[in-house]
Design a protein around this ligand. Structure first.
Ligand code: UDP
Ligand code: MG
Length: 333
């Protein structure tokens, strides 16, 4: 019998978690082909998430949990779970049931066919807002264009199956700032996609506001490609070229047409040209700031990785598998 570890990150999910636990029990507890164990990662929740997990772990010997010392984000939460996964394969799944748990059996079929990475890919994104749909579509096209290859597959979330080999490779990556959605394509191995329709969140709300989405986008971009750095040069060349053409045009206009603008004090032209100079100046400062920010994005990541601090610390954990082995089921650390 093969062991499958299911890793579930939870942040303030007191409304969804009981529904997920119930569904998981219905679907996965009695199975003669696979033995499922669950690692729930409480990502520093402020609601009753941890209490629910403590209770659930006492009721089922298949449930372990890790509670992070504070809210660290979905990637660190998943990394904590991946490090503890003991199964022949592992599956990461959100607890809001937007990614249908029933699909896990189809992921396992593909695993049995020999795939190391099985990616459920959303066929449509009807459940997302117009803004999220459009921005993520543009973003993934942009990242892959910058990298000149598909470094991050579109419409694939964290919901994935990883074979033991893929899992070990992923756990062995040295960076402390983890971006799992670009690390999984990086490790390669035999990969396939299966289409599915993402469901509506049944309760609670999304934890990704604009600020978090922007931050995730920026880190994914930096993690996936250095193409942006070359873009700085391209932007510089473009602006120099446009500036040069404009300058040339002015000189030619002055010499050939011999424009005789009356720019004396009080004339309309004077105010117009003055305003134009100010706005062009502001535009240039804006573009320059954006261009300077691009290497800063890479510096930020270098800073985080050279600091080499752990991206999560564990506040409390309960390892059901180890406890069963040592006969200490109720001992919580
Ligand atoms: N999550 C987490 N830490 C966070 C944010 C989210 O562990 O800081 C979990 C969350 O509880 C859920 C999953 O990650 O199980 C996906 O989050 P969400 O549903 O908010 O994302 P969306 O589906 O809206 O992209
Ligand atoms: Mg969700």
């Amino acid at each position: 019998m093969k062991n499958v570890t299911i890793i579930v990150p939870c942040y303030n999910e007191e409304e969804m978690l009981p529904l997920f636990l119930k569904k998981a029990e219905e679907l996965f507890i009695d199975n003669d082909k696979y033995s499922f164990d669950f690692i729930y990662v409480d990502d520093g929740s402020k609601d009753k998430t941890l209490e629910i997990l403590r209770e659930a772990s006492l009721k089922s010997e298949r449930i372990s949990y890790i509670s992070l010392s504070k809210n660290c984000g979905q990637d660190p939460a998943l990394s904590a779970g991946l490090k503890k996964a003991t199964g022949d394969c592992a599956i990461m799944i959100d607890c809001d049931m937007q990614d249908p748990p029933e699909l896990i059996f189809r992921l396992l079929e593909k695993y049995e066919e020999g795939y190391d990475v099985v990616n459920p890919q959303r066929s449509k994104r009807e459940t997302d807002t117009y803004f999220k749909k459009t921005s993520s579509g543009i973003f993934y096209r942009f990242v892959n264009k910058m990298a000149k290859k598909e470094v991050v597959p579109p419409n694939v979330s964290m919901y994935r199956l990883l074979s033991r080999k893929a899992l070990d490779y992923l756990n062995s990556l040295p960076e402390s700032d983890r971006i799992i959605r670009s690390e999984v394509p990086f490790i390669g191995l035999k990969t396939c996609y299966i289409k599915f329709e993402r469901q509506q969140r049944e309760a609670g709300k999304t934890k990704y506001n604009f600020h978090r989405m922007f931050d995730l986008g920026e880190r994914t971009l930096v993690d996936s490609t250095t193409g942006l750095l070359t873009m700085v040069l391209k932007i510089g060349l473009l602006f120099s070229f446009v500036g040069f053409l404009g300058m040339l045009g002015c000189i030619i206009a002055y010499i050939i047409i011999n424009t005789n603008l009356d720019i004396g004090t009080g004339s309309t032209y004077f105010h117009l040209i003055f305003a134009l100079i100010i706005f062009v100046g502001i535009l240039i400062v804006g573009v320059l700031s954006i261009v300077v920010y691009i290497p800063c994005m890479y510096l930020k990541v270098i800073h985080i990785n050279t600091q080499n601090r752990p991206t999560y610390l564990i506040g409390e954990q309960f390892d059901s598998v180890r406890s069963i082995a040592h006969g200490e089921k109720s001992d919580k650390k």
